[in-house]
Design a protein around this ligand. Structure first.
Ligand SMILES: O=C(O)CCC(=O)C(=O)O
Ligand SMILES: [Fe+2]
Length: 204
């Protein structure tokens, strides 16, 4: 049996197929206003394989010069990020166990070859709030470990409509995406995977 670290909750099929389709329409609008771009790593400037954008009052960004941070505007257009869709705020209210709304929703787009290295989400001031993510489209192999990088890890698949919550003792667990399984979903016409990561950034 797969045992997840304490505080980590996987809710398979949390969103119905209809809810997934409705959310994809909203993400399409967000991407029209706030286009996906290729983020770069701090210092090295190495491009990430995942393309990103955000919605919410704050968005997570990274580049060579200024590193990981939150900011109120899209780095390309200079415009504020679009609002977080109500459906996502509802999922947060139902499953975060946290009484204040999220401020940031990172939109990650993975093509067949994209992945994300093992990391902690720790650019937020408020670490009492969980991180809640929604997966849409093709499945991925997700890996999660302990709060130290060298800890043992477990891997499992995240599928379209799944929700993952990293809260409590699991809030700072290392995690990453090792691979995408192409053509495992028909939600996105051209394939790929979208992950929506909701976070509270500031202390309420
Ligand atoms: O794509 C995922 O499931 C994880 C994304 C993630 O860990 C992040 O954006 O910090
Ligand atoms: Fe993360």
């Amino acid at each position: 049996m797969l045992v997840l670290p304490k505080g980590v909750r996987h809710i398979p099929g949390c969103l119905s197929p209809d809810a997934q389709r409705a959310l994809i329409e909203e993400i399409r609008d967000i991407v029209k206003q706030s286009p996906l771009y290729t983020p770069t790593m701090p210092r090295t400037g190495k491009p990430m394989s995942v393309r990103m954008t955000n919605c919410g009052t704050l968005g997570w960004v990274t580049d060579r010069e200024h590193g990981y941070r939150y900011q109120e505007t899209h780095p390309g257009t200079g415009k504020p990020w679009p609002p977080i869709p109500q459906a996502l705020l509802d999922i947060w209210a139902d499953h975060s166990g946290y009484p204040h709304p999220p401020e940031a929703c990172l939109v990650n787009f993975y093509d067949d070859k994209a992945k994300m290295g093992l990391h902690q989400d720790r650019d937020e001031e408020d670490l009492d709030a969980p991180v809640l993510s929604v997966s849409l489209g093709d499945e991925c192999l997700f890996r999660i470990g302990e709060t130290k990088r060298s800890g043992r890890t477990v891997s499992f698949r995240l599928a379209s409509g799944d929700v993952l919550v990293l809260g409590g003792e699991g809030r700072l667990c290392f995690h990453g995406v090792d691979r995408i399984y192409p053509a495992t979903s028909t939600l996105l016409k051209h394939g790929g995977r979208i992950n929506l990561t909701l976070r509270r950034v500031t202390r309420p």
